[in-house]
Design a protein. Structure first.
Length: 88
């Protein structure tokens, strides 16, 4: 149970939007897997959740680094596009 709890700590460290555990760009591969499991059967709810995270991340990341600002396409791919793809 302890290991399971540690795995669930793959949450974003704001305002950097890096994973608290592995320091990868959030959502990291582990966070993506956990989110797929948590929202299994409810792709719409997962997309709504991720859209909210994208909104917050955009504001944080632009504040941190306004020039050059993060690419909207890159942020879309990072936060939303992966959720529409089937896991491999």
């Amino acid at each position: 149970m302890q290991t399971f709890h540690r795995v669930h700590q793959h949450l974003p460290r704001r305002p950097l939007w890096l994973c608290r555990v592995c320091s990868a760009a959030w959502p990291c591969p582990t966070a993506r897997m956990l989110l797929r499991v948590e929202y299994e059967g409810n792709a719409v709810a997962l997309s709504v959740y991720l859209a909210g995270q994208l909104f917050d991340a955009t504001a944080d990341l632009i504040k941190l680094n306004p020039s050059p600002a993060p690419s909207p396409a890159d942020l879309f791919d990072r936060f939303l596009a992966w959720a529409a793809q089937r896991p491999t």
